[in-house]
Design a protein around this ligand. Structure first.
Ligand SMILES: Cc1cc2nc3c(=O)[nH]c(=O)nc-3n(C[C@H](O)[C@H](O)[C@H](O)COP(=O)(O)O)c2cc1C
Length: 171
């Protein structure tokens, strides 16, 4: 029975929390799900579909996601992949447009990659958590904390994933 892999890259944990919420939603839809951090993922053979999440940093995809796409391009080309990407600090359409544009530029570096579903999700920012090198940017430390993750929208996205992941078998 094919399983859906839900995997994520993260620096400060907000993408991981979203990934777990999506994995739980898929379980409730009776998919067999394996949720694990991107750095621990080996061969993709046993997975019928993949849900991949990563955050944007300085206009770029998280480096672990870049490595994952590079390492697994052949397997990822052969199964449906749904993509969610965290970024905007606020529920502001202009911020979302910037992030979507950054994502497009990043994905253009992987022309073989055609996600069956793709969503930019608001991110979380906490100046107290910044570590090197971001902690050395005084302007960033003054940005107020925010959490723009829209959980209703996240659950709605997960609820509509089933047809896109159709090659993965349901239990
Ligand atoms: C130093 C820094 C730079 C960031 N750069 C971008 C960016 O260029 N584009 C964007 O959409 N979001 C950017 N973000 C927002 C993150 O993607 C967002 O905070 C996300 O929720 C972080 O995910 P994580 O907690 O899983 O690491 C940045 C955040 C930080 C702290």
């Amino acid at each position: 029975m094919a399983t859906v892999l839900v995997t994520w890259a993260t620096r400060y944990g907000s993408t991981e929390e979203v990934a777990h919420a999506i994995a739980d939603d898929l379980l409730r839809q009776r998919f067999a799900v394996n949720a694990q951090p991107i750095t621990g993922v080996g061969a993709l053979e046993r997975y019928g579909a993949v849900v991949l999440g990563f955050p944007l940093y300085m206009g770029r995809m998280h480096k672990d996601a870049r490595r994952f796409l590079t390492a697994h391009w052949s397997e990822l080309s052969q199964r449906p992949v749904a993509l969610f990407v965290l970024g905007p600090f606020h529920a502001d359409e202009k911020e979302f447009a910037v992030s979507r544009n950054q994502l497009s530029k990043e994905l253009a570096k992987f022309p073989w990659f055609h996600p069956v579903a793709q969503e930019v999700i608001g991110g979380r920012f906490d100046p107290q958590k910044l570590d090197f090198p971001f902690s050395f940017l005084p302007a960033l430390r003054k940005v107020p904390a925010s959490d723009a993750r829209d959980w209703d929208a996240i659950h709605a996205w997960a609820a509509n994933l089933a047809p896109a992941l159709q090659h993965a078998s349901s239990r």
